[in-house]
Structures are given as structure tokens and as C-alpha cells.
Design a protein around this ligand. Structure first.
Ligand SMILES: Cc1cc2nc3c(=O)[nH]c(=O)nc-3n(C[C@H](O)[C@H](O)[C@H](O)COP(=O)(O)OP(=O)(O)OC[C@H]3O[C@@H](n4cnc5c(N)ncnc54)[C@H](O)[C@@H]3O)c2cc1C
Length: 375
């Protein structure tokens, strides 16, 4: 019998597992895919300012609180494992091409200023001074210097090794790791059953199955498909210095694209946002559009090596905010992180540890109670 059973070993489940284990609990994680869900596919932007959207002020307050939690967590993980997570601090540069793009960007900047998010408006010339390879057609930009990014795969691997060294047991695969249902006794959740017929019992179950969470509990979580590309800057280009240092987000004639650089020379190009159920196939049209928009923004990208096109399901919710809290006796829910799960992983892990100790959550969590959509 584990003290805590975690269902789903993506970035949310593994971060929570690590935090609970360092708090002295015996933790078992059940994961169906070997952590190859959204957390593996994601871009790794940690971007409260450039993700802030109209009507999502509560979410912005949470994502702002998530940044210091993330950097402290990342530093702890790097110290514990000796592995880097690939954190970059240059910030996000949002750029516009034509007058319409600029109007849209200006409206967002006004809204972000009203929330006291630190951004700085730049001319086309100032933008190109920061990123000399950007297209000549870029007319203006906004720099969000407090936004960060992380190499989500290095980070995920680091969290997984830290969790294992803290004593977390991970069972994965389609048989041993796939939970078919949670089971209850006298109204209390007391464990989970896996596809190989094993019943795992625990004092506490934490549901972190990402986009698949609604298959195990009646939650308003729906998959939102994202297709994304990984390119590599060839060494001959890198020899003259990095081709891209900031995360660049562009509105290219109304269509959004982002490029996220890594210290390794990888450049992530994303992403589509599609309501397609659990389909995670890669389509020719999406690859075409992402490459075309990347090329419009950064013409030199046509010389990069193309090495991966993937897709995953973001765990979407009706208000785009996560579902984190006590759900039923014996059950905590930590899912629905939609576009921000990597950023929110550390602060969610802290929240889960507090909930496990029956402690109250910080105020910024109040709007994200998992029962808020109950009728
Ligand atoms: C294209 C794309 C780009 C993104 N970019 C960013 C970004 O830049 N920044 C950011 O913060 N976020 C980003 N996100 C969002 C982020 O990836 C997610 O919010 C986050 O990964 C959610 O983490 P998770 O652990 O809940 O889900 P997942 O990583 O999907 O993990 C869920 C795990 O549960 C397992 N599972 C499912 N069902 C079961 C079951 N029945 N039994 C056992 N295990 C089960 C799955 O196999 C999986 O490993 C992006 C997402 C996509 C798709």
C-alpha cells in the first residue's frame, strides 16, 4: 500500500510525486505512456506576460505566481540531480508584420500594461537589433523581459530522475501503468485498478492524467490538439553566433506562430490549436503552415534541419484554467492545465503537497477549484 497513488506521470504527476516524496510520503505513479503526453511535446515557454489574454486575469495572477515557484523548483532539481533543465531568461519578443497585426499587438499590450505586466514597445529597427535574422518586414515588437523558457524534455527527464531518487516508484506501460478506473469504499476513493488487473490501494489518490482525466472522473476536461515542429540550427550557422536568442512570437497576417530557441541549437516552432478529440496525427497542412509562418518571420529557418513533427492533446477546460483541489474524500485532482502546464508544474506540485497535508492553498488558487463547474 502506497501512501499516495498518482494517476498520470506527465509533468504534473511527476512534479507532485517528487514534492510528496521529499515530504516523506511513499509515492507510486501509474502512467500509460512513459511520460509521452503533452509535457513531452510542449514548447516550454514560461510566459505569463505573453500568454496573458482578455478575460483571463485570474489565470494571469496564477501564472505570475508560478514563475518564482518554477525557478526555485528548477534550481532544486538541478542541485539534486546534477542535470540541467535548460532554463533561458532572455524573454519573449512579440512582433507584428502588417498594420492589422500591429493593431492587434497594441491592444494586447494595453491590456497587459493594465495588469502591470512588464513589457516594452520596440520599433522594427530595435527589434532587429535584438534579433538580426528576423525578416525585414517586421514593423514593431513588444519585449516581455520577465518571460522565461525551459527545455521541456530536459526538465521532464530531470523531474523524473529526481522523483526516482526521492524514492518514487513509477509503473508505466499499457498494462501495468494504464488505470482503467478508480475504486471506492464507503464513498471514499481508496485506489486505482490497472489494465493488467492489479488493484493499487493508497491512503490518497491524485488524478493527473492530463487530457485523458475525464475518462476516469466526471470532469470538464477536453483535449485540444497541438501540432508542433522541432528544427535544428546547423553548426555552420551557429559558428557565427546564435541565430535566435529570444522566444519570438509573431502575428503573421493574423496567424500566430512562435519560435522557441534552446541552448542546444534546437528551435521549436508551434503550434496549432484544434478541437479534434484525441487525434494526435500530424497533418501536412499544419506542417506547411508552421514552416511557412516560421519562414516569414525568420527567413534563415529554411536552412535549418527538420527533425521532428509531433502532436499532443492539451488538457483544456471551459475557462482555460486548471482544476486543482480536493475532489472527493481520498481524491485530489490536479489537471486541466491547458496551455500552461509546464509553467504551472512547480506551483501545482506545492499545492498538491499542501492539500495532502490538509492545508489551505494560497489565494491565487481560489478561482481554480475543481468543483467550480458543478451544477
Ligand atoms: C503543442 C503544445 C505546446 C505547448 N506549449 C506549452 C508551453 O510552451 N508552456 C507550457 O507551460 N505548456 C505548454 N503546453 C501545455 C502543456 O504541455 C500541458 O499543459 C502539460 O503538459 C500538462 O501536463 P500533464 O502532466 O497534466 O499532462 P500530460 O503530459 O499529457 O501527462 C498526462 C499523463 O497521463 C497519462 N495517462 C493518461 N491516461 C492515463 C490512464 N488512464 N492511466 C495512467 N496514465 C494515464 C498519459 O500517458 C500522460 O503521460 C503545450 C502543449 C502542447 C500540446
Amino acid at each position: 500500500v502506497a501512501d499516495v497513488l498518482i494517476v498520470g506521470g506527465g509533468i504534473i504527476g511527476l512534479s507532485a510525486a517528487y514534492r510528496l516524496a521529499t515530504g516523506g510520503r511513499k509515492v507510486r505513479v501509474l502512467d500509460s505512456s512513459g511520460a509521452r503526453g503533452a509535457s513531452w511535446v510542449a514548447a516550454g515557454m514560461l510566459a505569463p506576460a505573453s500568454e496573458a489574454s482578455f478575460g483571463e486575469e485570474d489565470l494571469t495572477r496564477l501564472t505570475l505566481a508560478a514563475v518564482p515557484a518554477f525557478t526555485a523548483f528548477a534550481a532544486e532539481l538541478e542541485a539534486v540531480t546534477g542535470q540541467p533543465v535548460g532554463l533561458l531568461t532572455e524573454g519573449t519578443l512579440a512582433v507584428a508584420f502588417n498594420p492589422d497585426d500591429r493593431v492587434a499587438l497594441d491592444r494586447l499590450t494595453e491590456f497587459r500594461d493594465a495588469l502591470d505586466l512588464r513589457t516594452e514597445t520596440l520599433t522594427g529597427r530595435q527589434v532587429r537589433a535584438l534579433e538580426p535574422y528576423l525578416a525585414a518586414g517586421v514593423r514593431s515588437g513588444v519585449l516581455a523581459s520577465d518571460d522565461l523558457s525551459v527545455d521541456n524534455r530536459q526538465y521532464l527527464n530531470t523531474v523524473a530522475s529526481a522523483a526516482r531518487s526521492a524514492g518514487v516508484e513509477v509503473l508505466d506501460g499499457s498494462g501495468a501503468g494504464t488505470v482503467t478506473h478508480l475504486f471506492r469504499q464507503a464513498g471514499r476513493v481508496v485506489g486505482a485498478a490497472t489494465a493488467n488487473g492489479v488493484e493499487h490501494r493508497a491512503d490518497l489518490v491524485v488524478l493527473c492524467a492530463g487530457a485523458a482525466s475525464a475518462g476516469l472522473l466526471d470532469l470538464p476536461v477536453e483535449p485540444v490538439k497541438g501540432q508542433i515542429l522541432r528544427l535544428q540550427v546547423p553548426d555552420r550557422l551557429r559558428a557565427a553566433g546564435e541565430v535566435l536568442t529570444h522566444t519570438v512570437r509573431g502575428l503573421v497576417r493574423g496567424s500566430e506562430v512562435y519560435l522557441v530557441p534552446r541552448r542546444t541549437g534546437e528551435i521549436v516552432v508551434g503550434a496549432t490549436s484544434e478541437q479534434q478529440g484525441f487525434d494526435v496525427t500530424v497533418t501536412a497542412g499544419a506542417v506547411y503552415e508552421l514552416l511557412r509562418n516560421a519562414y516569414e518571420l525568420l527567413p534563415i529557418s529554411s536552412e535549418f534541419t527538420f527533425y521532428e513533427a509531433t502532436a499532443a492533446s492539451r488538457p483544456g477546460t471551459p475557462d482555460n484554467g486548471p482544476l486543482v483541489g480536493r475532489y472527493d474524500p481520498g481524491l485530489i485532482v490536479a489537471t486541466g492545465h491547458y496551455r500552461n502546464g509546464v509553467l504551472l508544474s512547480a506551483i501545482t506540485a506545492e499545492a498538491v503537497a499542501r492539500l495532502a497535508d490538509d492545508e489551505a492553498l494560497a489565494e491565487e488558487w481560489t478561482p481554480f477549484d475543481p468543483h467550480r463547474f458543478d451544477h
